[in-house]
Design a protein around this ligand. Structure first.
Ligand code: PRP
Length: 183
């Protein structure tokens, strides 16, 4: 199955370079989980993953955290009814768990403009979350439009189009274990 996918990629002559190997990513995820474990000892925070790109990071992170947690997911879209981005974020799937009075950690694969996370933080605070922190695997600063305070950051990047480990380019490359940059 994997070899079929690789063949398809090669045939399209798309170039990519490994930025962070799978081992490096896994090591960093364990470190982030350790930070969260230490900070929330005695608590049972709710981890909210922002679909879809977060899936692998979320699964690895949650299983490396050594305290009890609850999980749920949220989904946002930066597109309105048309095909051109309006810079407006709509929530296309809400959390179903009760967040009022709870410690919440929003888990993202990448922060780019910051618009998505600002919208989600506002939304969860409106729902009455007791605290709201952000955990992002990649904090990419080049296109930032709204300030985001990332409490747990895996890797900082200035720019580049990164794929793999859940991150996509037109829905492709999410399956890669390494994080790569498209050339
Ligand atoms: C990506 C990423 C973040 C968001 C960040 O999601 O996973 O959720 O964009 O962008 P921003 O900081 O500019 O708002 P996307 O909408 O591409 O969906 P996906 O997770 O399904 O790939």
């Amino acid at each position: 199955m994997l070899s079929i996918k690789l063949l398809k990629v090669e045939s399209r002559k798309l170039k990519r370079e490994i930025l962070f190997t799978s081992d490096t990513v896994q090591q960093r995820v364990r470190e982030m989980a350790g930070e969260i474990t230490a900070d929330y000892e005695g608590e049972e925070p709710i981890l909210i993953g922002v679909l879809n790109g977060v899936i692998f990071f979320f699964a690895d992170l949650v299983r490396s955290i050594a305290i009890p947690t609850k999980i749920d997911f949220i989904r946002a879209s930066s597109y309105g009814s048309g095909t051109v981005s309006k810079g407006e974020i709509s929530l296309t799937k809400d959390v179903e768990i009760q967040v009022e009075g709870e410690h919440v950690i929003i888990v993202e694969d990448i922060v780019d403009t910051g618009l998505t996370l600002n919208r989600i933080v506002d939304h969860l605070e409106e729902k009455g979350a007791k605290s709201c922190r952000i955990c992002a695997l990649i904090d990419k600063s080049e296109r930032r439009k709204k300030e985001v305070s990332v409490d747990y950051c895996g890797f900082k990047l200035e720019g580049g189009f990164v794929v793999g480990y859940g991150l996509d380019y037109g829905e492709r490359y999410r399956y890669l274990s390494d994080i790569c940059v498209l050339k």
